[in-house]
Design a protein around this ligand. Structure first.
Ligand SMILES: NC(=O)c1ccc[n+]([C@@H]2O[C@H](COP(=O)([O-])OP(=O)(O)OC[C@H]3O[C@@H](n4cnc5c(N)ncnc54)[C@H](O)[C@@H]3O)[C@@H](O)[C@H]2O)c1
Length: 336
């Protein structure tokens, strides 16, 4: 069910690839008009395809009264994207100099109070803000793919970032049904990607050594720990695994194993052509001929099922979804 909105809110997006397309969908589905700059001539087609998948996922996810969908317009420059925006989200390639010049140009065109979020997976906000006018309004707002379904966004201030900018970003992201995790200090890779990279590094090592195929790496997660992680994370999982003795008992049993060679930490497998070919071939076989859009729909169906299951428990991401739906209903009641 859609309702009419009086004044349209408007955001600027810089970059419309996997992540920028996901932001476009999350903002548009929440009633924002979106001005998106991406120099790739295929940007409109790609963003439209992500939007179609996002609409499909949200139709299945929630019956709460969403605002009428915003319009997504592809614009010709970063300045144009920022000129009329109340908030700007940058999702250009993970390259410091591209991001810095883009943010600098957009910041000159935006009003002085317009807050900027960068989707960077691990670059430090202190570097990204250094060429901007009013650098105090930049935060990292690091989302997770698919941006339109996963609630987490890591909010990380740089050395010049103001508390007001952090609070504004938190407010915008929360209004989109997201769960901001505000970090106190910047660190390369933030929190989530440091955890994910440790796993990714080990996965590549296991494939490189011929211990497991890419499919077996995925099976090792999705039939076991992956099911727990969606609700319990890793620390609470181990607290429970300690039984009645709790974390202290767990550490007594498995703490010593941290000294044993069970993981590689900073030991990176050499990314030889042979290894890249093997991973590529095994990944294609794993996909079974499905296109990326078909795989996204399969992933989205599974995520919707998990989110709805968690909503019935009111826990973890299920609590975020329930709170968001309640706020949509309240907004709808106030408007009618
Ligand atoms: N893919 C992920 O899972 C993921 C998750 C979280 C964060 N991120 C971060 O999001 C950002 C974007 O990643 P992605 O995966 O969407 O990459 P992508 O390659 O899918 O998209 C990048 C887009 O930026 C566009 N672009 C290139 N130069 C540009 C410029 N000067 N101005 C505006 N747009 C430009 C490209 O045409 C492309 O469409 C990166 O910082 C990445 O680290 C990625």
């Amino acid at each position: 069910m859609a309702e009419a909105t009086a004044a349209r809110r408007r955001v600027g997006l810089l970059g419309g690839g996997v992540i920028g397309g996901g932001w476009a969908a999350r903002f548009a589905l929440n009633g924002f008009d979106v001005d998106l700059f991406d120099p790739n001539p295929q940007a409109k087609r790609k963003v439209d395809e992500v939007l179609a998948n996002a609409r499909r996922a949200w139709d299945a996810l929630t019956e709460a009264p969403l605002p009428s969908e915003g319009a997504v317009t592809i614009v010709a420059s970063a300045e144009e994207a920022a000129a009329h925006a109340e908030f700007v989200q940058e999702s250009a390639p993970e390259n410091e100099s591209i991001k810095r010049s883009l943010l600098a140009a957009a910041s000159r065109a935006a009003g002085p109070d317009v807050v900027f979020g960068s989707s960077t997976s691990g670059l430090l906000p202190s570097l990204l803000q250094s060429d901007m006018t009013h650098p105090e309004r930049l935060v990292v707002g690091h989302p997770f793919n698919p941006v339109y379904l996963l609630p987490l966004v890591e909010v990380c201030p740089g050395s010049q970032t103001s508390e007001v900018a952090v609070q504004r970003a938190v407010s915008v992201y929360t209004g989109l049904g997201m769960r901001p995790l505000v970090l106190q200090h910047e660190i390369d890779g933030f929190v989530a990607d440091r955890l994910l990279e440790a796993l990714w590094r080990e996965a590549l090592g296991l494939v490189a050594d011929g211990v497991a195929t890419v499919e077996q790496v995925d099976d090792a997660i999705r039939f076991g720990a992956g099911l727990r992680w969606a609700s319990m994370g890793t620390m609470l999982t181990y607290r429970i695994a300690g039984g009645e003795g709790g974390m202290r008992h767990f550490m007594a049993q498995f703490g010593p194993a941290l000294q044993w060679p069970w993981s590689r930490l900073t030991d990176v497998p050499e990314l030889t052509d042979d290894l890249l070919d093997r991973i590529d071939e095994q990944s294609d076989a794993q996909a079974g001929g499905a296109s990326v859009r078909e795989l996204e729909r399969l992933r989205d169906d599974c995520l919707v099922a998990v989110l709805q299951g968690l909503r019935s428990t009111g826990y973890a991401a299920g609590e975020v979804l329930a709170d968001y739906e309640q706020s949509l209903r309240q907004r709808s009641d106030t408007a009618s």
